[in-house]
Design a protein around this ligand. Structure first.
Ligand code: HEC
Ligand code: HEC
Ligand code: HEC
Ligand code: HEC
Ligand SMILES: [Ca+2]
Ligand SMILES: [Ca+2]
Ligand SMILES: [Ca+2]
Length: 265
């Protein structure tokens, strides 16, 4: 298996650039703009990835008792409800006040924006490599919220990162555009079996929906350079998937070693 994402713990370093004002540090921002410019009112239904919020409100998905049930003070500051900052909040006796970044870890969130065409975050921020999809954000799995497990491995509503309606897609915590089980830091990627079918070999492997650019490779010696013998394979959907590919003529060769490759953004 060849993976091009050397998942390394990163330090998020913020170096402020030339833009003055810094009103962008809150949801609604100010002259500089803010999250609201694209995401709309937090108490509204706008989603840029087609998410449907319970009660048609992003706010309710985050705070509602039958939803994520996040304590108000994990996001809110002071005694006034606005502004809501991305990086600071009152916190509680159980959690420091990290604002949105207690769950949406900055470097990963900005990389997700960049990988979806929004590069303006880097006008002000400079980041190292984000923590991997598997790294628990500080607020997860604490008494102040029902959000837990960034791997989001269970296809069930109202657990882990599944709080929206009708989908089991959580967050792309490290920003490489691979969500949850589709992220190679979380979901399995391994050959399960090789079967002879007359002159052919069927290669069967375990993977996850949401992965693109997978390929079966073959080599003549175990340390050999793998050569793609399949076209690029994209796996649709969400969750664990068993897939297979037939190597035509594979059983007429001398010894072959098979492995899987993946190209990771
Ligand atoms: C210029 C427009 C723009 C601005 C400003 C913006 N976003 Fe986004 N945001 C997007 C787009 C586009 C996506 C990606 C949609 C997708 O994944 O298909 C996104 C996705 C997200 C997601 C989903 C991440 C995931 O893992 O799926 C979160 C959370 C988010 N934004 C939070 C924020 C916050 C917080 C701010 C303010 C600091 C902000 N956004 C500012 C455009 C914007
Ligand atoms: C996940 C973070 C988060 C949590 C948890 C949260 N809020 Fe909010 N809340 C926000 C954001 C963001 C806004 C919109 C702020 C803006 O647009 O400037 C907001 C707006 C509000 C407003 C409207 C403020 C105004 O003057 O327009 C009220 C009232 C409010 N929240 C109350 C609460 C209460 C009460 C709780 C707990 C039961 C709570 N919120 C939990 C993030 C949160
Ligand atoms: C307690 C953890 C937690 C906190 C704190 C938190 N979020 Fe979230 N947020 C999540 C999770 C988990 C999701 C994904 C829910 C889903 O897809 O089912 C999410 C989803 C979102 C989305 C929706 C993306 C989409 O369109 O699908 C936006 C926007 C967002 N958060 C913004 C914020 C902002 C802004 C703050 C701070 C004011 C904040 N969040 C604080 C956990 C949190
Ligand atoms: C105009 C400058 C500016 C832009 C553009 C900007 N930010 Fe920020 N951001 C700030 C400032 C200032 C802070 C607070 C600084 C601090 O953490 O001390 C901040 C803090 C944050 C934090 C909390 C700290 C952390 O890194 O964990 C998050 C998350 C965040 N920004 C996300 C985003 C995202 C996502 C975008 C792009 C959509 C973005 N920002 C664009 C100025 C900006
Ligand atoms: Ca969802
Ligand atoms: Ca990811
Ligand atoms: Ca996740």
């Amino acid at each position: 298996m060849k993976l091009l994402n050397g998942c390394i713990w990163g330090m998020a370093i913020i170096v402020m650039g030339a833009r003055a004002g810094w009103a962008y540090d809150s949801y609604s921002g100010g002259a500089e703009g803010g999250c609201i410019d694209c995401h709309g009112d937090f108490r509204g239904s706008t989603s840029l990835k087609g998410t449907i919020f319970p009660s048609s409100q992003n706010h309710e998905m985050h705070r509602g008792a039958s939803n994520m049930a996040t304590a108000c003070n994990l996001c809110h500051s002071g005694s006034s409800r606005t502004p809501v900052y991305t990086y600071t909040s009152n916190g509680t006796v159980n959690n420091p006040g990290l604002g949105c970044s207690g769950c949406h870890v900055g470097a990963g969130l900005r990389r997700h924006h960049a990988n979806n065409g929004v590069t303006l975050c880097y006008d002000c921020h400079t980041d190292g490599a984000p923590p991997a999809e598997s790294v628990k954000p500080p607020y997860y799995n604490t008494v102040d919220t029902k959000a837990k497990n960034p791997g989001n491995t269970v296809l069930a509503a109202n657990t882990n990162e599944n709080w929206s309606v009708g989908d089991f897609l959580g967050l792309d915590n490290d920003g490489n555009n691979l969500y949850d089980l589709a992220d190679y830091a979380i979901g399995p990627y391994k050959i399960l079996k090789l079967n002879r079918e007359t002159n052919n070999i069927r290669i069967t492997w375990l993977t996850a929906g949401g992965r693109d650019n997978n390929a079966v490779q073959a080599a003549q010696i175990v340390t050999g350079l793998g050569v793609n013998i399949s076209p690029d394979i994209n796996i649709p959907g969400v969750g664990l998937v068993t897939n297979s590919y037939v190597h035509v003529g594979g059983a007429t060769n001398s010894i072959r070693f098979y492995r899987m490759s993946a190209v990771v953004p």
